[in-house]
Design a protein around this ligand. Structure first.
Ligand SMILES: *[C@@H]1O[C@H](CO)[C@@H](O)[C@H](O)[C@H]1NC(C)=O
Ligand SMILES: *[C@@H]1O[C@H](CO)[C@@H](O)[C@H](O)[C@H]1NC(C)=O
Length: 313
């Protein structure tokens, strides 16, 4: 997702940013990140740009697999669990290329460290994704090339350890976890889930899991999605529930994650504050600034969900 800031269009741009974020939803994760085409006259007055995106295609995490999974022993060689695949690498590299295409004047011909701030979450897949975006965003020109034939130059990025990253990982905050557990175990949610009892029982029976929460469906959703992406044929029972209604039920988890105002503030408030605080200082004479944030889907989707209820932040 791309958000550009210009002095005279701050408010409009922010609201467009939110509006387009809201539109994306889970479909974004099925088809990957889209990019918009270049608007080069406008680029001349651009001083600040925020780009928030997800890592590319990956292999599953063990908790996304299920006891009766016919592919439970798949090793995902040579990647292992939870890692970026070749398709994922290509996707991220292409994102960097598209951003370069869109912002070529803004970014200039050389990589200058003071223009770019790149932040990742503390996952190999997001760090690698960010490296790939930066690789194609800053292909070295002749003067910066240090090894003949190597079209790559090092570009720094930062990350904070997962448990100490309020900006990109507010969901890890212990107080947030308490609030989440409270909502997750609430009578209200229990009642809501009762409406889906038949589906949850069907999925439980076929997976060997005890599927009682949206969070269970959410994990399973990614497991199945990734297996399919990896080229595995899903077992026939999935035909009854895949991709719908599992997709719709998995999306509900994002609303659980951002249920209360307090939860939303903790989960994405620091990120939003970081973005907002930069708008405050934007002047036509400001130095250029390009901000890149690499996320995993739960944070990004939490943010999208939050934006769909922005007025209640
Ligand atoms: C996975 O490996 C274990 C141990 O070798 C074996 O018992 C099991 O049948 C395998 N499962 C599948 C689905 O291939
Ligand atoms: C826990 O959730 C209930 C609603 O299910 C709410 O009334 C209560 O205030 C919550 N407690 C905390 C500590 O957030």
């Amino acid at each position: 997702m791309v958000c550009d800031c210009k002095q005279n269009r701050k408010v409009l741009v922010i609201s467009i940013f939110f509006a387009c974020l809201v539109l994306i939803g889970l479909i974004f994760f099925r088809f990957g990140a889209g990019t918009q085409s270049a608007v080069s006259e406008e680029e001349k007055t651009l001083v600040l740009s925020h780009v928030l995106f997800r890592h590319g295609n990956r292999t599953p995490e063990p908790h996304e697999l299920y006891p009766k999974d016919p592919y439970i022993n798949e090793t995902y060689y040579p990647y292992g669990y939870g890692q970026l695949t070749k398709a994922g690498k290509q996707k991220e590299f292409n994102i960097g290329r598209a951003l370069r295409d869109r912002y070529k004047h803004f970014l200039g011909d050389y990589f200058l460290p003071q223009i770019v701030e790149a932040l990742s979450t503390d996952y190999y897949r997001t760090k690698m994704s960010l490296e790939l975006v930066l690789a194609s965003l800053f292909l070295p020109n002749k003067e910066q090339m240090f090894e003949t034939g190597l079209y790559w130059q090092p570009v720094p990025y930062d990350y904070l350890p997962s448990n100490h990253d309020p900006v990109l990982r507010g969901f890890m905050c212990p107080t947030y976890r308490k609030l989440y557990n409270n909502v997750s175990n609430s009578k209200e949610l229990e009642g809501e889930l009762r409406n889906h009892e038949v589906i949850l029982d069907f999925v439980s029976k076929n997976t060997g899991l005890s599927v009682t929460r949206y969070a269970d469906i959410y994990d399973l959703y990614f497991g199945l999605l990734i297996e399919e992406d990896w080229g595995l044929a899903l077992p026939s029972w999935t035909k009854e529930v895949w991709p719908e209604p599992m997709n719709t039920l998995a999306v509900q988890e994002y609303y659980v994650m951002t249920k209360t105002r307090e939860m939303r503030q903790m989960a994405v408030g620091y990120f939003l504050e970081k973005v907002r605080s930069m708008f405050n200082f934007v002047l036509p004479s400001s130095p250029r600034s390009f901000q890149l944030f690499h996320q995993i889907e739960s944070c990004l989707a939490g943010f999208l969900t939050l934006c769909s209820s922005c007025s209640s932040l």
